[in-house]
Ligand binder design. Structure first.
Ligand SMILES: [Cu+2]
Length: 127
């Protein structure tokens, strides 16, 4: 039995503005063979967002959301980019992202070959 890998990837904007003291919003995503559950997430722009992704499938899956990643600015002003590769999730593993996205609609997907139907949407509402 493989022990789940806990990978913490913390991505924080340099300028948090009023979001600074807001409580964290938490959402959980599951990847299965071959879909994301849920396929639609709605959150508010007023608080940082913690996204946990757990791979409940038997296949390796990926999480990528280029625009969401691009919206993340590091303290030095540079952008974080996943380089179009996505973050790989072995079966039974999970990863966590903390992002502070501006309002908008962000597509997420698994980029593995043959997994083209694995997509979902995060809607960040103006608040
Ligand atoms: Cu996949």
């Amino acid at each position: 039995m493989m022990k789940p890998d806990d990978v913490l990837v913390a991505l924080l904007m340099g300028i948090l503005l009023s979001a600074c003291n807001a409580p964290l919003q938490t959402v959980s995503l599951t990847t299965d063979d071959f879909k994301f559950i849920p396929e639609m997430i709605e959150v508010k722009a007023s608080a940082p967002l913690s996204i946990t992704i757990y791979n409940a499938g038997r296949e390796t899956h990926e999480f990528d959301s280029p625009v969401l990643m691009y919206s993340v600015q590091m303290p030095d002003g540079s952008n974080v980019s996943s380089g179009g590769l996505g973050m790989s999730l072995q079966p039974g593993s999970r990863l966590r992202l903390i992002v502070v996205p501006p309002p908008g609609t962000y597509l997420y997907m698994c980029r593995r070959k043959g997994h083209a139907n694995m997509t979902g949407t995060i809607v960040v509402m103006q608040s």
